[in-house]
Design a protein around this ligand. Structure first.
Ligand SMILES: Cc1cc2nc3c(=O)[nH]c(=O)nc-3n(C[C@H](O)[C@H](O)[C@H](O)COP(=O)(O)OP(=O)(O)OC[C@H]3O[C@@H](n4cnc5c(N)ncnc54)[C@H](O)[C@@H]3O)c2cc1C
Length: 400
């Protein structure tokens, strides 16, 4: 998969030597003989790998699922020497600007969105290392709209869309939990560019459709909003300028033993769709549980209400919570969490549990109070546990 800007870039498939348990599953699965090993490492030959991804799901550790964007691929001999994976190369020498976006507007937006919970945000220990800032305003990736579907009921007040973007031949590696930047299609009256808007990726790392080099977004039409209105109106075939990927902490843990507690409203469900799809594809029999508390005004207003009915309970325990259903008392996610305190308290005490909160800024306070109450009911000091989880990369907030 290559993309030409001022140099030819390639998405290179690599195996993380720190996580690999040398079981040989990848080598046995590879049909083109791209995987080999010596007595130290399993490696992927960039000359042979056709990025079919057949080896990804059978790998028991996720060490196989690592990618770098490179101008010159790492040779097999070099990979055999590695004790750890190299960081994503700075591609400045290849004429690619990587830093512009992160230092300015995006850095501030991401920091603000991840500020909840206090303390420094840390990625889950088992998360794959992400590629960030590959495309900036000066060298955006051009994506083509492959689909634009309404995922709230036709009768719902809010218009939320599932938008599928294809990157064609351009490498755009994302991990579940990352966001992309969308450049507004117009400039301000003085000809200056408007700030970009961030949107969480709602699909798994191997694509909305596997191996199709596409991603999905969940976009809510904000009345009067510059970018969301435009995105929600786009027709199939439209081309848009995209930056990113962004975000290096709000990431899905790859450990199949990790319990993932996901709490969201509205488009905050986007990364959790990605998390769920990732686990369904990579570790469907994982011992770790996935539990979602998802709030909306009504079932009609809840994005993906229909598709969620088909997700098996053994993969995802769902609590869909509604605050405006006629004839029913108002219920918010924090109310349902309190009602499930007996189930949630042992999860909080479990060192393999990760908490993810995503959606409207306003939800944070109520969810935090509920978690504190649930913890305290089980004799757990939430004021001490939360920063510990945060420091261990097990407590993550993304609100906007
Ligand atoms: C990390 C992160 C992830 C995100 N993920 C998603 C996601 O997955 N899905 C999603 O839908 N959104 C997401 N967002 C929000 C998204 O980035 C945009 O903020 C959102 O789509 C609104 O952008 P807009 O251009 O449509 O609206 P804007 O043009 O920014 O307008 C926002 C509001 O302000 C009002 N407004 C604008 N200009 C003025 C003015 N001059 N005076 C008065 N009012 C004004 C508009 O009417 C509108 O109500 C995310 C944000 C962050 C930070």
């Amino acid at each position: 998969m290559t993309q030409t800007t001022t140099a030819t870039l390639q998405k290179q498939h690599l195996i993380d030597p720190e996580i690999c348990i040398r079981c040989g599953t990848c080598e046995a699965t590879c049909t083109v003989g791209a995987v080999s090993h010596d007595d130290r490492n399993y490696v992927v030959d960039p000359e042979k790998c056709n990025a079919c991804l057949d080896c990804i799901a059978p790998c028991p550790t996720g060490s196989i699922d690592n990618w770098r964007i490179v101008a010159t691929p790492y040779a097999v001999a070099e990979q055999l020497e590695w004790m750890e994976l190299p960081a994503q190369q700075a591609l400045g020498a290849a004429g690619i600007s990587l830093s512009e976006a992160s230092e300015g507007e995006v850095g501030a937006l991401i920091e603000a969105a991840h500020a909840g919970g206090g303390g420094r945000a840390v990625a889950p220990a088992s998360a794959t290392r992400p590629v960030v800032n590959l495309y900036a305003r000066s060298n955006p990736a051009i994506a083509t709209v492959q689909g634009n579907f309404r995922i709230t009921a036709p009768t719902a007040e809010s218009d939320v869309r599932h938008i599928v973007l294809s990157f064609g031949e351009a490498a755009f590696p994302i991990l579940e939990g990352q966001s992309i930047g969308v450049l507004p299609p117009v400039t301000d009256p003085d000809g200056r560019p408007y700030p970009l808007r961030l949107y969480s990726v709602a699909s798994a790392r191997d694509g909305e459709k596997r191996n199709a080099n596409n991603i999905a977004l969940t976009v809510k039409r904000v009345p009067g909003g510059l970018v969301s209105e435009w995105l929600c109106n786009l027709k199939v075939g439209a081309r848009i300028a995209v930056t990113g990927p962004f975000g290096s902490t709000f990431l899905a843990p790859d450990d199949p033993r990790a319990n993932i507690l996901m709490i969201c409203t509205g488009t905050g469900s986007a990364p959790f769709r990605a998390f769920t799809e990732r686990r369904r594809r990579s570790a469907p029999a994982a011992v770790g549980r996935m539990i979602m508390f998802f709030g909306a005004r009504t079932p009609e207003e809840l994005p993906y209400f229909g598709p969620l009915q088909k997700v098996p309970a053994r993969l995802l325990e769902q609590h869909l919570v509604f605050s405006r259903v006629e004839g029913q008392p108002k219920e918010y996610v924090q109310d349902r969490m309190r009602a499930n305190a007996l189930g949630l308290a042992p999860l909080l005490a479990d060192a393999t549990t990760h908490v993810f909160i995503c959606g409207l800024k306003g939800m944070e306070e109520g969810v935090d109070a509920a978690l504190a109450e649930i913890a305290s009911g089980a004799g757990i000091d939430w004021a001490a546990l939360k920063p510990r989880m945060r420091g261990e990369g097990r407590y993550h907030v993304e609100t906007y």
